[in-house]
Design a protein around this ligand. Structure first.
Ligand code: NAG
Ligand code: NAG
Ligand code: NAG
Ligand code: NAG
Ligand code: NAG
Ligand code: NAG
Length: 518
């Protein structure tokens, strides 16, 4: 039974609350308009992962080759200790959010038991032919909370119908359907346009493939030379342009064709499509594991991080499992150091201790929604917005209680609102009370990191010099990287981007015994 009194009490509370709401509510200024093109939701989730681990694995792992002929006997494939949980654990422990497997490379050997060919794990001695590496990895990734991506090579040096346009496109789409329907959610599909010399006339039905992939896995971002969701950066060194737009005209580039490497690396300020670049590179010189190759150093990976993630491009780092079916200890060691370096540098944002102010603020300056303080918060959805009418001065000021020492600037734009910033620079007040130039940059996008000679100051200003429309900034970081030391100091923008390309590593400042204690 409900008594009357509580109900009246309840209604009274509601009315009081409503009146309170009415008396204090003021009309908030809505967010500004985005500037088109803007990313699709799958592209945002692909981008914020920042780093993915590429796993090149297959018959090549056992034959010491990079491009299998397609005629290697499957009996060679026997990774006795294969453990996909080890791959995922390595990825997860050292900061990778996605694992991407070569389900089939150019040699045509399938790491899952495809119904359309016998050239697969089912003809190998591994687990007596009943194993499925894609299934193992899918399960391990799901358990570890990582995203799964797959590479299905269009070029197939084994399949007899390769070269017959219709038959081979049917075969390819049949295999793609197996991969995208058997293993749960797939978040990423990597494609290239490679073809055999004798089969240049065969057509790949890319439009059909892309439509099928999006139909079966709407959350999957597709990588190719031109997108549709993410584009190749134009080199296999893992280096993006120091100007790097997520905007692009897909029609300018042909998949597998001879493309303009600079256009791929820099994108297009006037591009009509949102197709951000991704940087793929291997931790070793080859893509597959070779006993004779050694991994790059952690400092080299840190340099690559600045040139990929720090230039608005996720890093797809290949770490090939060895012939036992495990990621080698030496690679794990380097990944651990690389992760410790990043944590040591980027977990301490000096800007958090600054008093932040801006040349102008959108809407009510007492309302936090577009406040400059938002740039300290992580994430894309809190940002500083200047007053829309203020066309000439877009500046953020950071005032510190004490002099700070730093050499890295990090910036992020709320990319869901489009990519806006064209040019910016950072100034600091010197000990004589004069503004000194610290660094200039072009384009920001999802993340921009700029490294420069170490400076000290207690007052900084970030000036947006040029923007497509008024800029928005979702994150600002000021860091000290005491491991990487630029070779020389220069005021010139062009020399600056050159010296960042030629970083000199003060190796004595960093050694393995130190790294363990970071
Ligand atoms: C597989 O690797 C994981 C993570 O390294 C480990 O915990 C597990 O014991 C391994 N499984 C086998 C069968 O070795
Ligand atoms: C990309 O397309 C836009 C709009 O059509 C055009 O203005 C721009 O010049 C194109 N870029 C290139 C490199 O052709
Ligand atoms: C593969 O890596 C594991 C370490 O994870 C190591 O124990 C094994 O010996 C390696 N296999 C080969 C062939 O190097
Ligand atoms: C903002 O807050 C300050 C101090 O509380 C007050 O003086 C000022 O009138 C407020 N401005 C607006 C636009 O509400
Ligand atoms: C950096 O940008 C500022 C502002 O546009 C400009 O005044 C300065 O000349 C630039 N510096 C260099 C070295 O290009
Ligand atoms: C490496 O670091 C340790 C710990 O900081 C230090 O004692 C040692 O001298 C360093 N070694 C070199 C070669 O710099």
């Amino acid at each position: 039974m409900i008594k009357k009194k509580p109900i009246t009490e309840f209604l009274k509370t509601i009315i009081i609350l409503l009146l309170f709401q009415l008396s204090t509510s003021s009309h908030r200024k809505p967010p500004p308009l985005p500037i088109l093109p803007i990313p699709k939701s799958r592209q945002i989730s692909w981008q914020i992962a920042e780093m993915a681990l590429f796993l090149h694995f297959g018959t090549n792992t056992f034959t010491d080759s990079e491009w299998g002929t397609g005629h290697v006997d499957p009996s060679i494939f026997n990774p006795k200790l294969l453990n996909a949980t080890q791959w995922v654990t390595v990825a997860k422990d050292f900061g990778f959010k996605r694992v991407v497997l070569t389900a089939k490379h150019h040699d045509g050997f399938c790491l899952w038991p495809s119904k359309y060919t016998d050239y697969s794990v089912k003809s190998s001695p591994w687990r007596n032919g009943v194993g499925d590496i894609v299934a193992d990895l899918a399960e391990a990734a799901r358990n570890g909370g990582l995203e799964l991506g797959l590479y299905l090579s269009p070029w197939d040096r084994h399949e007899h119908c390769y070269g017959e346009t219709l038959e081979y496109n049917e075969y390819y789409m049949g295999q793609m359907t197996e991969l995208l329907t058997r293993y749960g959610e797939i978040k990423y599909v990597f494609l290239d346009g490679a073809k055999g010399d004798g089969e240049k006339d065969m057509e790949y039905f890319f439009d059909d493939w892309f439509s099928l992939i999006h139909q079966l896995q709407p959350g999957a971002s597709i990588f190719s030379d031109v997108g549709p969701d993410t584009r190749w950066v134009g080199n296999e060194n893992g280096v993006a342009g120091s100007t790097c737009w997520s905007l692009f005209n897909g029609s300018e580039v042909k998949i597998g064709g001879y493309s303009d490497a600079r256009y791929s690396a820099e994108g297009d300020a006037f591009g009509q499509d949102w197709v951000p670049a991704e940087c793929d590179v291997s931790i070793r010189s080859g893509w597959f594991w070779h006993a004779s190759e050694k991994p790059k150093s952690a400092m080299t990976l840190l340099d690559l991080y600045y040139k990929s993630v720090g230039r608005n491009c996720p890093l797809l780092l290949n770490v090939p499992p060895n012939s036992s079916g495990l990621i080698s200890d030496e690679d794990i060691h380097v990944l651990k150091e690389f992760s410790e370096l990043r944590n040591s540098i980027f977990s301490h944002n000096l800007a958090k201790s600054a008093l932040l102010s801006a040349s102008s603020i959108r809407g009510d300056p007492n309302d936090s929604q577009f406040s400059p303080k938002n740039v300290i918060e992580e994430g894309l959805y809190t940002y500083w917005a200047p007053d829309q009418g203020q066309q000439s001065d877009w500046t953020l000021y950071l005032e510190f209680q004490q002099v700070i020492t730093f050499n890295v600037l990090g910036l992020q734009e709320p990319i869901q609102m489009g990519q806006r910033i064209i040019e910016f620079h950072l100034d600091m007040l010197d000990e004589n009370g004069k503004w000194q130039h610290v660094v200039n940059g072009t384009t920001v996008g999802y993340r921009r990191l700029l490294l420069f000679p170490t400076v000290k100051s207690h007052l900084l200003r970030l000036v947006i010099d040029k923007s497509k429309v008024f800029p928005l900034i979702s994150h600002l970081g000021i860091y000290m990287d005491s491991y990487t030391v630029p070779r020389h100091v220069s005021d010139d923008t062009h020399t600056k981007s050159k010296f960042i390309n030629n970083l000199f590593f003060r190796r004595t400042a960093y050694n393995q015994s130190q790294s363990a204690s970071i």
